[in-house]
Design a protein around this ligand. Structure first.
Ligand code: OSB
Ligand code: MG
Length: 367
């Protein structure tokens, strides 16, 4: 596939509800959409950066910068065998996985379209529906949290993830467990703790959680291992796993028992599939995380989650959980704990191009 042209766009999209995690909040998303043109086809992808460098050093402006200055000029006009070597001319660019992933993933859409198959089929997915959960941000009061949980349970989610931070953790989760004795809950700390908090974190073991996600810093493999040793609740790593080497390290040290795979964070679909394969060989469950994506990024997450090793529900929620109106049709929906994997060619959903063009605030094109 020869990449003849690339267009990068930014559009504002306001989350229906303010979303707060331990490092801060978000409401006004700035979605980056990439279109690659090759042999009469268009491949679309979303660069899943946040608006500030809290979750990762990458954010909207670093991705815009590195894509427009280095990555897109480096790949436009070049030939690639397929999506997995589309980034070959810019291998020298260190880091910036989310920026790189956007290019690689648009390449998967192009490749799927060229073969007339869905993204899921192209990747090797073997399921028509995938189990899905919801991730609920920090709430000011327990009452608000309980109300939110109860609404999402009515919507049919298969498990509920609760954001935690020091001061909003054990007691809050204990209250939730008391009110909802049988719900599959997990907690996500987004790096809010250190090993000094180990005694407190051990109290989680009484709450029957599926897992605790990323309690410590993204680079703290050793302390995560020390925690897991003392905790019966499985530790799941998110921010820490950016490459195959990170997974090998986590496995070797015993830093976690479960891994959350986000294709943007690890640099694309190729790495995501290899992480899935490795975890599967080692009997380590994986699930697909989310980055509050528009329908474009969501299409990739659903396709990824259709691989056989994604045994746990992902953070893949309905379009309506995030947006008044998504930028794809049909919107993604949840019923009885599952989401349907699109079976149409490529992303398998239609882009609302008029709306995307109307919303575009920044645009750069190459070739
Ligand atoms: O840690 O999983 C996370 C959103 C933004 C940044 C980090 C995270 C999240 C979520 C939301 O938990 C998951 C979703 O997209 O629904
Ligand atoms: Mg997380």
């Amino acid at each position: 596939m020869r990449i003849e042209r690339a267009v990068l766009r930014q559009i504002p999209l306001r989350l229906k509800e303010y979303f707060e995690i331990s490092s801060g909040g978000m409401q006004d998303r700035r979605i980056l959409l990439l279109t690659l043109y090759s042999e009469g086809l268009e491949g679309w992808s979303e660069c899943v950066v946040g608006e500030d460098p809290a979750y990762s050093y990458e954010f909207t402006n670093t991705a815009w910068h590195v894509l427009t200055e280095f990555i897109l000029p480096g790949i436009v006009g070049r030939d690639a065998e397929g999506p997995e070597d589309i980034l070959a001319p810019v291998r020298w660019v260190r880091g910036h996985n989310m920026a790189k992933a956007a290019v690689e993933m648009a390449g998967w859409d192009l490749a799927a379209r060229a073969e007339g198959v869905s993204l899921s089929q192209k990747l090797g997915g073997d399921r028509d529906v995938v189990p899905v959960g919801v991730s609920i941000g920090l709430k000011a009061t327990d009452e608000e949290l309980h109300e939110s949980v109860s609404g999402y349970l009515d919507d049919g989610y298969a498990r509920v993830k609760i954001k935690i931070k020091p001061g909003r953790d054990i007691e809050m989760l204990a209250g939730l467990r008391e009110r909802f004795p049988d719900v599959a809950f997990m907690a996500d700390a987004n790096s809010a703790y250190t090993l000094d908090d180990v005694d407190r974190l051990k109290e989680l073991d009484a709450l029957d959680l599926m897992m605790i996600e990323q309690p410590f810093s993204y680079d703290d493999f050793l302390d995560h291992a020390r925690l897991q040793e003392q905790l019966s609740t499985p530790v799941c790593l998110d921010e820490s796993i950016k490459s195959e080497g990170d997974l090998a390290l986590a496995f070797e040290l015993g830093s976690c028992q479960i891994v959350n795979i986000k294709p943007g964070r690890v640099g694309g679909f190729g790495v995501s599939r290899r992480l899935h394969d490795t975890a599967r060989d080692r009997d380590m469950p994986v699930w697909c995380g989310g980055m509050l994506e528009s329908g474009v990024g969501r299409a990739y997450n659903v396709a990824l989650a259709s691989l056989p090793g994604f045994s746990l529900p992902g953070d893949i929620s309905a379009s309506q959980r995030y947006w008044e109106q998504d930028i794809v049709t049909p919107e993604f929906e949840v019923e009885d704990g599952v989401m349907r994997v699109p079976s149409g060619v490529g992303l398998g959903v239609e882009l609302d191009l008029d709306r995307i063009h109307g919303l575009t605030t920044r645009e750069a094109s190459f070739g």
